[in-house]
Design a protein around this ligand. Sequence first.
Ligand SMILES: O=C(O)[C@H](O)[C@H](O)COP(=O)(O)O
Ligand SMILES: [Mg+2]
Length: 295
Amino acid sequence: MSARLSSLEDYKKILDDYDTWLFDCDGVLWRGDHLIEGVVEVLDILRQRNKKVVFVTNNATKSRKSYRSKFDQLGVEVHVDEIYGSAYAAAVYLSSVVKMPKDKKVYVIGMAGLEEELRDEGIAYLGGTDPNDNTLEPFDLSKFTPDPDVAAVVCGLDMKINYTKLSKAFQYLHGNPDCLFIATNEDSTYPSAAGLLPGAGSVSAPLRFALNRNPICTGKPASTMVHFDPQRTIMVGDRLNTDILFGQNGGLKTLLVFTGITSEEEIFGPNPSPIVPDFVTQALGDFRIVAEKGL
Ligand SMILES: O=C(O)[C@H](O)[C@H](O)COP(=O)(O)O
Ligand SMILES: [Mg+2]
């Protein structure tokens, strides 16, 4: 059973026990561009206590550099090396694990941030934000000439998804097991400021269904490039099957907040999830109590 943080001692002990704090972003720090109350104060408390702070997000719409700008605009102090996004994870997977040859390309379903991370890793790509792919015109297969150099399809959250992109990705993957199928992440939903929207997993779902093939997922819960002392590291997230599972896969302690995807019912209800976080609290801002009491 998860331990619900409630007393000043509870929050103080967590702050004392962990030196490295990994934070999920959507649903923990913000919803869309709406910063969640208390986040800036708590991050300040952690930095004042010389804690290492790392942000691990499955949101592939932004590169680390553009996330740095978002953090700046929201008044959150961050260094680009503290940000690990699923777009970066996918690009590093292709460059360092797959070792994608320089004469090969990736067909992208995704947005500018994913393209930027691929560029920074020297991975050639097509699709993505290309105007020819961002169309609502019917897709005419008879006029489509696949690029013979495409050796992988990468699919991330794409708020301009359409039939042309799905059709082109399908053509590259159908009957071609040598063409890699990579998902930056498989979150079913996305917690926008105004409410839930289909997530990256729901963008790649049509391809999984049409191809009867599951992608390689490079985002949470897969372990990314971050590796810390599990005894002194805590993962703070809002989604059980990505954030909490990611933490558990890395042997970390886990703290779930209820400001994003997961409800209290899923933890304390009659049919709780089998994924059980070590700790839960309503919101990250709850840790302000420690500063308010001058501890
Ligand atoms: O659909 C998505 O890609 C995700 O909902 C979303 O972007 C998750 O971001 P995170 O909570 O990992 O920061
Ligand atoms: Mg989240």
